[in-house]
Design a protein. Structure first.
Length: 329
């Protein structure tokens, strides 16, 4: 069953204020004295040493922990308009996942199991046993794995911009599937890193500029904050490996029914944009239906005036759904 999102005025105001005020670069484009990350009021940064990875984490607020898992090509800055709207009630933890942002970018570790292991190790290292979770894109795919394999560690989950584990292939997917031509290109171990990191970074910029709703315009400084990190060849190779070893194989696993013998017990809201150029509501009604027998409390939410990048396009809707779900005992 699909439902339309609402726009809680208070959350929208908080998000707007954050976008205009709290999320601001210094005169040089970076906060003075830091390691190059953009400035967000109230956010502190640290590095957490995991078994085989040094992970950068941005944190703010106090209270029950909320972990935010970013999508491909982004990093903690994806949550710049979400963090200020949650810190009044929650301790918000925004890791840069392996190979992204300011976290190390080793040559290996971009599989489903290692991505999940990194998140579990982070929770252990920061002393968090149970979290509320928001994910986007690849971060949502990792989030679903955490819910399926470690349900005792997730209170509730808001997933954005990714199919749930019980989605089904439908021929209507082919209507918009051609727009995903970039996926095997990014996954290519030579062309992918080159297009992500060198020259005009045409491949990196393509994924940002072509999957938002009509009328949405990225701030160039935000796009630069994301694509700038991909100029590091090691991070471009990491992004390519993530597609090759995790994202593309995971989509195949989902649409071949790999997870239909499992059950999702975590209360979950899966958000999709009505202006998504690959998966419109009509196509989504076919692809995303049939989950009821596999989940205790999963609901789909269609967000107006949003494409794939819901966190950037409609942070108010993401925050509104999250605060309602996270308020449950």
């Amino acid at each position: 069953m699909c439902s339309d999102s609402t726009e809680p005025a208070a959350y929208g105001r908080i998000v707007d204020d954050a976008a205009r005020g709290a999320a601001r670069p210094s005169e040089a484009g970076r906060a003075p004295g830091d390691a190059g990350w953009p400035h967000l009021d109230g956010v502190e940064h640290r590095f957490v040493q995991l078994p085989d990875l040094r992970m950068h984490v941005a944190e703010a607020g106090h209270g029950e922990p909320v972990v935010l898992l970013h999508g491909f090509g982004q990093h903690w800055w994806e949550w710049r308009a979400v963090v200020p709207a949650l810190v009044d009630r929650f301790r918000v933890i925004c890791p840069d996942l392996r190979g992204a942002g300011w976290t190390d970018a080793p040559a290996v570790g971009y599989t489903r199991d290692q991505q999940l292991a990194d998140v579990v190790a982070l929770l252990d290292e920061v002393g968090v046993q149970r979290v509320r979770l928001i994910g986007h894109d690849a971060g949502s795919l990792v989030g679903f794995q955490l819910c399926l394999r470690y349900p005792e560690r997730v209170h509730s989950f808001v997933a954005t911009g990714a199919p749930h584990p019980f989605a089904r292939f439908h021929p209507r997917m082919l209507q918009g599937g051609w727009r995903l031509w970039f996926q095997p290109v990014i996954a290519s171990p030579v062309v992918g890193p080159t297009g992500l990191s060198t020259g005009p970074q045409w491949l990196a910029r393509y994924v940002f500029q072509n999957f938002t709703a009509p009328g949405f315009t990225w701030r160039e400084e935000d796009v630069e904050t994301f694509v700038g990190r991909l100029r590091d060849p090691a991070r471009a190779r990491a992004g390519s490996a993530l597609y090759r070893l995790f994202i593309v194989p995971e989509l195949w696993r989902i649409f071949r029914g790999r997870y239909r013998q499992l059950r999702l017990s975590t209360p979950t809201r899966a958000l999709y944009g009505t202006e998504d150029r690959v998966q419109s509501p009509k196509i989504g009604a076919q692809v995303l239906s049939g989950y009821e027998g596999h989940a205790d409390d999963l609901a789909l939410v269609w967000v107006d005036r949003a494409g794939h990048y819901l966190v950037d396009e409609r942070p108010d809707a993401v925050v509104g759904v999250a605060r309602e779900l996270f308020s449950r005992p």
